[in-house]
Design a protein around this ligand. Structure first.
Ligand SMILES: [Zn+2]
Length: 404
């Protein structure tokens, strides 16, 4: 298979023109910029010899002709507000370039390369909507209930885009031997450790809990300290306690974040009557997530009822860790060893479409370095030679699958 690096880089630059903002892109799902990018991709998939359509959820899906078996390569082309030019797009255009190279060089006659760009991975309406739909996990009710921050429904957005009523493409475990997703790392680890390829072992699980403290609003000047029912002070104490407990109970790979704290009524001269703290935490192992969740429960129980403040916790979100296919992990590793490329097995701290696909077909992810670890910002970038090395490794991995 003869890859064309210049063509890949040129395609990346062309796609970055849709919704261009500075050095990044503003390409929220189903906006005119996002739809134009999908149309561009559709035309280039067809030019590459794929049978390509945009389906009823906005997935752009191109299938190789004349084969019963294929690898599926993809990611997403939507972005966060003022996002980077490579997040998602890289993985889709890796697929496109490998499909082009396969067809031009008449390589892998028995193994096709199918390419997909999943809709709304970033969740303007519903995170991972495209991959969930592709795997049969997105119901019509899910679509009807999904809204963006302006209250616009996903149903309306799909109708506006002209995608509504089209059939929705589905994964085919009889055809798809593997799903490969190339992606930028979106963190600093590869760069810091002087590695070129990250081989994802697991996509971490995510949990989110909300701690609520309820006290009583009083005048902050006239109420003696020992008579206050200060929900704010209690929330801060519980938060500090949670941080200490997590540092003890977490694994080396655990991460956590107190992302949002709200005091009510929220004035300098009023004792807070209620306070809410949002805690999010991630780890590759389910049992560690269980342990951290029980530490939050323990912290809340420790302070509950003190100084007339009641405290409770609600567990809002639980996404299980998704292991990548062990054999495909090894395949990518072999591809890096063949070229003596420094590579590292690592978990993904961010969610990706591969976590959905991994429940249906053998799936694997590969990272290339992000400069300064920057992502979800226009500052996101990767060195050209790293982009090119990544597609070489991914194409080698596809050829290894074909040999197996
Ligand atoms: Zn992404």
């Amino acid at each position: 298979m003869q890859l064309n690096h210049a063509r890949l880089l040129n395609s990346l630059k062309q796609l970055a023109q849709f919704g261009k903002v500075g050095t990044g892109v503003n390409r929220l799902s189903f906006t005119s910029e996002d739809r134009a990018a999908r149309q561009w991709l559709l035309e280039h998939m067809r030019a590459a010899g794929l049978d390509a359509e945009i389906d009823g959820i906005g997935n752009v899906y191109g299938r190789a002709r004349g084969v019963d078996k294929a690898v599926l390569i993809g990611s997403h082309t939507d972005s966060v507000p003022k996002g980077g030019w490579l997040d998602g797009t890289l993985g889709v255009l890796y697929g496109l370039e490998i499909a082009r190279a396969r067809n031009e060089s008449k390589a892998l006659p028995d193994l096709g390369v199918d390419v997909i760009s999943f809709a709304d991975e970033e969740g303007s309406y519903r995170a991972l909507a495209g991959s969930l739909s592709f795997c049969g996990e997105l119901s019509d009710t899910d679509i009807e209930s999904a809204r963006n921050t302006h209250g616009i429904s996903l149903t309306h957005a799909l109708a506006e885009a002209g995608y509504a009523g089209r059939p929705r493409a589905r994964v085919d475990p009889g055809r798809h031997l593997a799903y490969f997703e190339g992606h930028i790392e979106q963190g600093p680890r590869l760069e810091v450790e002087a590695q070129k390829i990250g081989i994802v072992t697991t996509i971490v699980g995510i949990r989110r809990s909300r701690i609520t403290c309820t006290g009583q609003a009083d005048h902050a000047g006239t109420t003696p300290m020992h008579l206050r029912k200060d929900a704010g002070a209690t929330a801060i104490k519980i938060s500090a306690n949670v941080l200490e407990r997590f540092a003890q109970a977490g694994s080396a790979l655990s991460v956590w974040n107190l992302g949002h704290i709200v005091f009510e009524p929220g004035a300098g001269n009023v004792v807070p009557s209620s306070a809410q703290v949002l805690v999010e935490f991630r780890d590759p192992q389910q049992e560690v997530l269980e342990r951290l969740e029980s530490e939050i429960n323990a912290a809340v129980a420790e302070f509950h009822g003190q100084q007339g403040v009641t405290s409770e916790v609600a567990h809002l979100l639980s996404i299980a860790p998704a292991d990548m296919d062990a054999s495909l992990v090894k395949t990518i590793e072999t591809a890096t060893q063949q070229r003596a490329v420094p590579a590292l097995r690592m978990p993904s701290g961010a969610g990706h479409d591969a976590m959905v696909l991994s429940r249906y077909i053998p799936s694997a992810m590969m990272f290339i370095p992000s400069i300064g670890g920057r992502s979800h910002d226009v500052a996101e970038d990767t060195r050209q030679e790293d982009i090119c090395l990544g597609v070489d490794i991914l194409a080698d991995a596809v050829e290894l699958v074909a040999q197996q």
